[in-house]
Design a protein around this ligand. Structure first.
Ligand SMILES: [Zn+2]
Length: 148
């Protein structure tokens, strides 16, 4: 399961709206607890796809390295990634699977319809290697704000 505070959940969805009609992308950092991924923070990244940014995304290597460093500094890990699907359902594509390399991480997709964030879904990258990898759907639990 992916556990994400309301503020972060709304933030990644707003990022999808801001980048519409292009895909947004970013990194989720936090903690692993049991089999769950608990998000503490999200980092907006630039979509490195210059030819078809409306249909694909890639996180630039230097931004991924910076996100790793930020996570380490706070004694956290990269627990997932997110991107948006402008005017498409939040279903992963074969390209999304090809480009996914972080096993046991969450891959969150938000559908953005006509500029408005619609459904958000999450998938865990499962399998043992590049040959057997697959996405399994997972539940998203949006956590209420602390103190609210
Ligand atoms: Zn996608």
């Amino acid at each position: 399961m992916l556990k994400i505070p309301r503020e972060q959940f709304d933030g990644i969805r707003a990022h999808g709206e801001a980048e519409y009609p292009q895909e947004c992308c970013g990194v989720l950092i936090g903690k692993l607890s049991g089999g769950d991924r608990l998000v503490k923070e999200y980092i907006r990244c630039r979509n490195g796809q210059t030819l078809t940014p409306d249909r694909r995304y890639s996180i630039p290597a230097e931004e991924l390295i910076a996100a790793q460093k930020r996570a380490r500094e706070q004694d956290m890990d990269i627990v997932g990634f997110y991107h948006s699907h402008p005017d498409h359902p939040p279903q992963w594509s074969s390209h999304d699977l090809e480009e996914a390399h972080w096993f046991a991480c969450s891959y969150v997709i938000t559908s953005v319809e006509k500029g408005r964030a619609a459904e958000t879904k999450s998938y865990v990258l499962c399998g043992n290697d590049e040959e057997t990898k697959r996405f399994d759907g997972e539940e998203i639990e949006v956590l209420a704000e602390v103190g609210a």
